[in-house]
Design a protein around this ligand. Structure first.
Ligand SMILES: *[C@@H]1O[C@H](CO)[C@@H](O)[C@H](O)[C@H]1NC(C)=O
Ligand SMILES: *[C@@H]1O[C@H](CO)[C@@H](O)[C@H](O)[C@H]1NC(C)=O
Length: 224
């Protein structure tokens, strides 16, 4: 009985091990409609007025971009409207590609995480301690560690390619914020505290796949 148990555990470990190392990274596991975002319960964070403020900021940028486009001449008139950022009835135009960079940039600046062009870890920790719902406080140390790991990796990469900061978009947003946002999320997923992890097969498979196939920094980094 004890022997059988040990054998089972051994086999399970062996299987888990080979399983974890055996993914073909071009072929993500098919988890059907399972929502992997539900695997690591995300904390409730009170951002106060910041999201509204940053949404308004994006609208201002949209208006500026619209004016820029209008200023770029009239040869747009004959073109198909489908791809046109000018068309503000189109939801994609309300949140164009640059907004995915400018919105997190705004959120991190408004919350004090990003000061000038540097992440301030003291402010990040202060913000988390103050604004994460008490029932979710177990995840705060991990989020702080994720920030540090991502920052160290990205800074190391910048040093390796010899740049001090990433080039900003014409509207003044730095891509560092959105990279950090995605990296921190992915890193926290990989190191989700047991209390907040849904210990189910699809979640564990998704985590093994991510660990093998999407290591730090978890996002593509710009070269310059
Ligand atoms: C991984 O998957 C890709 C895409 O299906 C395939 O072309 C490739 O041969 C596979 N690699 C291995 C080592 O099985
Ligand atoms: C607009 O796009 C459609 C589909 O992509 C195409 O069939 C049509 O010819 C285009 N019209 C103009 C004016 O370019």
């Amino acid at each position: 009985m004890a022997f059988a148990y040990i054998l089972t555990v051994l086999t399970a470990c062996l299987f888990a091990h080979t399983h974890a190392a055996a993914f073909n990274c071009s072929e993500p596991p098919n988890l059907g409609h399972f929502d992997v975002h539900s695997c690591c319960r995300m904390p409730e964070v009170d951002l106060g007025e910041t999201p509204a403020k940053c949404a308004a900021h994006i609208k201002t940028l949209n208006a500026q971009a619209r004016n820029m486009m209008n200023g770029m001449g009239s040869n747009n008139n004959n073109k198909n409207d489908t791809n046109n950022n000018n068309n503000m009835n189109n939801p994609a135009a309300e949140f164009p590609a640059y907004a995915h960079i400018c919105y997190p940039d705004c959120i991190y600046r408004e919350t004090g995480a990003l000061v000038e062009n540097e992440f301030n870890m003291e402010n990040v920790k202060k913000f988390l301690n103050k604004n994460v719902n008490k029932r979710d406080k177990d995840i705060i140390p991990q989020i702080a560690r994720s920030f540090q790991s991502c920052l160290d990796y990205i800074k190391g990469h910048m040093a390796a390619v010899g740049i001090k900061s990433y080039a900003k978009l014409p509207m003044g947003c730095s891509p560092l914020a959105s990279m950090m946002y995605s990296c921190v999320n992915a890193e926290t997923f990989l190191h989700c505290p047991a209390k907040m992890w849904k210990n189910e097969e699809p979640c564990n498979v998704a985590k093994s796949f991510a660990a093998q196939c999407n290591p730090l920094p978890h996002v593509p980094l710009p070269i310059g």
